[in-house]
Design a protein around this ligand. Sequence first.
Ligand code: SF4
Ligand code: SF4
Length: 317
Amino acid sequence: MGNLNSGKIILSAKRAEYTKLIKEEAKRLGFLSCGVSKADFLEEEAPRLEKWLNKNMHGEMRYMENHFDKRLDPRLLVDDAKSVVSLLLNYYPSETQKDPDTFKISKYAYGTDYHFVIKDKLKALLHFIQEEIGEVNGRAFVDSAPVLDKAWAVKSGLGWIGKHSNVLSKQVGSFFFIAELIIDLDLEYDTPVTDHCGSCTACIDACPTEAITEPYVVDGSKCISYFTIELKEQIPNEYKGKFDDWIFGCDVCQDVCPWNRFSKAHSEPLFNPHPDLLSMTKKDWEEITEDVFRELFRKSAVKRTKFSGLKRNITFS
Ligand code: SF4
Ligand code: SF4
């Protein structure tokens, strides 16, 4: 271990060397890409987040209202934070559900819950930094704490926010998870990339519930992902017949995006589905028992809806 003091200003050559080391290790750990930003107040995001919350576009996702300040300033999450290291992990599968007329679940939920898979990789990366660089203090975040991961990924040059409000890039499309390490180490910072949505409106036109109310604005409270995963109560009747057979999440706006033509299959064995999942027919879904549910989704994020939630979605669709 080196003898670097945390928080110490380091020379630019060292900053470049450390940044390169971290990015190489991230690649080795299987991350698709890695970008770095200065840990600062997210000035541009503040009014945008406030407006979105005020318009109640988060529906019943009340947790979005919590930690408003922490969401905008990583220095409130990690003492003396200097850098936000953003990481993308591919989940695009090599095979999708076979029957085109069956009920569909979002590709991100095919395999083991990403929280566990990514947390382990982030811990390994932080450990590497501490071993190779020195006394670095940091915290790992995967969708579980108040961090605006899309904003950080964009600041770090990993992509732009598309009209469907997901981060996407020309090289890797948008089928990836985003995670961060916030650390008290100065690094070399990346710069954002240009928006390449251009005049395309494929995602807006294809959204089954018209949840993309204007370019770059998704009304979360109209989105199928919200209804099928977050909403605990009954799904409003006005949406009956509009879910296009999605029963857990929805990939429509990403599936139609031209930049996802370049998505390549992931190489993470833990993201592979249970062998029976991809061949489930509509009838299999309709007749699913709690035992089959437990077996199919033993480690999957689909467990979040519980058996009763998935049954509700199947019946509603
Ligand atoms: S996930 Fe589905 S419902 Fe939500 S915005 Fe995209 S296309 Fe619309
Ligand atoms: S479908 Fe078109 S508008 Fe939507 S995110 Fe992709 S490129 Fe942008």
